[in-house]
Design a protein around this ligand. Structure first.
Ligand code: ZN
Length: 712
């Protein structure tokens, strides 16, 4: 059954979709449905040429049926429970459903269409109910619980013991110990939550259309690059405008193009389109009723299970364990961050005065003038920098080079495997001894069928029990160059490529027996650790020198420019951290409410929540406001948005440790691989970390990493 993985998939499953017409369901039963059997391609890679949207519905239906049958057989086994006939049998079950889910739920995010969205909408509540059907099976739970009660006599190794404990906890958290009436209520709650999160995400996609800003006069776009203007023109044409330009909003409050847009009125208009989305403005889409109902149901569910609130429920299996532990850590970080943002704001105000603007700093000014401050301080013109970051060079001589130096692995591109979009590239990954480790798919370019952001996914998770090698994909949103032009990318995107590769090697180096412990099946506040750790290689001078090469002249980036790029990468960290912390606090405030404490109004609740932590600065709104905070209201990050900075504490500490021990060398990589990257979820995350590091992580390296330490 692979409970943990299945849950992750379910959660990821509520990430992206939109309403649309019902698709026709053709005959797609076993014989002609490629999902019904394991792919015969190398590494069992998905056969994207053969898989069509119409195949998913029958594969989901049959997959659920199959897994339910298997779980009943395990539950009804007349033999007394053993680790093998219960836990291992569960690990082996549900293969059709897992195969279908892992392919489907990456497509819903990376290359969706109306048909896929319809199926997703239909399947989300069915999958939630299916999961309950298994986890609320009393006979099955009793077998697991019997094993758990006798666990010390079962002669289990560490991974087996953890698997047994985790499996039992999944049952308990799903409500296995509840009365029948409570179980019934739990099912209702789960189904409704699934509908609400699905609707929330569906609205978000519709909102990006609803809130796009039309500009008739090209002069108003002064300051945007030719690429940006061409993209805006194309977006307008896509929507049927014969002339004019369409400026799209992104998933965050801030909109990156505002950095360059000289027209202050237009900046305000675009910013407001972004920040006031989802509140029913002018009769538009309103996500607020969904939020209030969702928060209440989550609180009720947590209370049913014996937790004081949703955050307590969500943090129990994390490395942080309790909401208070998170608050303690964040409350130490907030004061130095605010000190930094005050300083940044003063610089910005000064810069605005040079333009004869004497108002307070507004949120639509911040990134625009921050860019000017950055240029004044570091005199970096992005158009001067980008030619040194050509995508292929960054990938091969930056990302792959670093992986090779650390771990001895190599990547070889291949063109014989089918892909779900022509932009997707496939690489075979070879281990240090030349053996094949797995497959790596790179899907880097932005397109309208892809949701925003960047992520890693496993099409196939490594498992020795199932004899599976990993098949991993990295998905990014790098603007696609015009035909025939090189992809010259921002330094942000360079770091994102390193970040996602950190997740990828967590999947690729996985060396575990049980599928539910494979790769990134670790607590959510641990999963961003290897990826954040990887980002720091991007700014190491030795590595930069290797990949930051001018695409035309072939000359390495000049030292002076390089130093500035490195220094500048710490610029605006106060703002970045504060907008993140503001979103984190919103998440925690929403999810530490009891079911009888739900407010009536989303916006006044937000205001109060931010003020409570001194994070209510007008110029620095949360990275996500509640009505478009998909991580917590559509994704799996409810009460877990803190996990990025929690993981970063580990990442900064580990990177500092590695630097103290000689930096980029095989011995360092091998140690990291042995204790962290190969272990998946086979042992307690914090225990693994301490074994790797020899001690607990120290928060001082996080402050140093963000350039915030001096203000403590
Ligand atoms: Zn990540």
């Amino acid at each position: 059954m692979r409970i943990q993985t299945f849950f992750l998939i379910l959660l990821a499953g509520s990430m992206a979709l939109s309403a649309c017409s019902k698709s026709n369901s053709q005959n797609t039963q076993t014989s002609d449905n490629p999902l019904f059997s394991e792919s015969t391609l190398p590494f069992h890679a998905p056969d994207f040429d053969a898989i069509k949207p119409v195949h998913f519905r029958p594969a989901f239906e049959a997959g659920m049926k199959q897994e339910l049958k298997e779980s009943k057989e395990i539950a009804n086994n007349p033999e007394p429970p053993t680790f093998k006939n219960t836990i291992v049998a569960m690990e082996k079950s549900g293969r059709l459903l897992n195969r279908t889910s892992s392919i489907f739920f990456n497509l819903t995010s990376a290359n969706t269409n109306d048909e896929i969205q319809t199926i997703q909408k239909e399947m989300a509540p069915k999958l939630a109910a299916h999961s309950d059907n298994i986890l609320l099976n009393t006979k099955l739970y009793n077998r697991v619980n019997t094993l758990y009660n006798n666990r010390d006599d079962l002669d289990l190794d560490t991974a087996q013991m953890k698997l047994l404990e985790d499996t039992r906890r999944d049952f308990v958290r799903a409500g296995a110990q509840l009365t029948d009436a409570q179980k019934k209520r739990m099912r209702e709650i789960n189904e409704r939550i699934s509908e609400l999160t699905t609707k929330f995400q569906e609205n978000l996609l519709a909102l990006t259309k609803e809130r796009a800003v039309f500009v008739a006069d090209k002069k108003k776009l002064d300051g945007l690059s030719d690429d940006r203007i061409a993209a805006a023109r194309e977006a307008a044409a896509d929507r049927g405008h014969e002339d004019g330009y369409l400026l799209s909003i992104t998933n965050t409050t801030r909109v990156p193009i505002l950095k360059g847009l000289n027209n202050r009125d237009l900046r305000k208009k675009v910013w407001e389109a972004s920040a006031y989305r989802g509140i029913g403005q002018n009769g538009g889409i309103d996500n607020q009723p969904l939020i209030l109902e969702l928060v209440k149901l989550r609180a009720e569910k947590a209370e049913l299970l014996g937790y004081s609130n949703h955050a307590a429920y969500k943090l129990d299996p994390q490395t942080a364990k309790k909401p208070q532990a998170v608050l303690d850590m964040l409350e130490d970080i907030i004061p130095p961050v605010i000190k930094n943002t005050k300083r940044e704001q003063a610089d910005i105000k000064q810069m605005m005065e040079k333009d004869d603007i004497n108002s307070d700093v507004k949120p639509w000014d911040w990134n625009y003038y921050a860019e000017k401050v950055r240029q004044a301080k570091y005199n970096i013109d992005q158009s001067e920098v980008r030619p040194y970051f050509e995508l292929n060079r960054v990938l091969k001589d930056g990302v792959f080079y670093t992986m090779n130096k650390l771990y001895g692995i190599t990547f070889k591109e291949r063109h014989d495997l089918p892909v779900y979009h022509p932009d997707v590239r496939v690489f075979t990954v070879y281990d240090k001894d030349g053996s094949k480790l797995g497959l790596f798919y790179a899907d880097y370019f932005q397109r309208s069928s892809k949701r925003g952001g960047a992520w890693m996914n496993a099409y196939i998770s490594q498992s020795r029990l199932l004899n599976k090698k990993p098949v991993i994909v990295n998905v990014l949103n790098i603007p696609k160059p015009a035909k025939g032009e090189p992809a010259l990318i921002s330094f942000d995107n360079v770091q994102t490529m390193f970040h996602e590769m950190g997740h990828a090697v967590h999947g690729l180096f996985s060396n575990v027996k049980y599928p539910s412990q494979g790769g990134t099946s670790v607590p959510r506040d641990f999963v961003e650790f290897p990826s954040t750790f990887d980002e720091d290689w991007a700014i190491q001078p030795d590595i930069l020198k290797h990949y930051a090469i001018h695409y035309k002249t072939g000359k390495p980036i000049p030292k002076e420019l390089l130093d500035k790029v490195i220094e500048a990468s710490n610029f605006n960290q106060g703002f970045d951290t504060q907008e993140y912390l503001a979103a984190t606090m919103l998440d925690l405030e929403w999810h530490t409410l009891g079911s009888d404490e739900i407010p009536e109004d989303v916006q006044s609740f937000e205001k109060k929540a931010l003020a409570k932590y001194n994070l209510d600065m007008e110029a620095i709104p949360p990275r996500y406001k509640s009505p478009y905070f998909s991580h917590i209201f559509a994704g799996g990050y409810s009460a877990n948005y803190y996990s990025y900075i929690w993981s970063e504490v580990l990442a900064a500490d580990a990177f500092a440790y590695m630097q103290q021990n000689g930096g980029l060398k095989r011995a360092n990589g091998d140690r990291f691989r042995k204790y962290i990257l190969s272990q998946g979820g086979s042992d307690e995350a914090m225990k693994l970390y301490k074994e790797y590091r020899g001690q607990k992580p120290d928060v001082k390296y996080l402050l140093k990493r963000r350039g915030l330490e001096t203000s403590m």
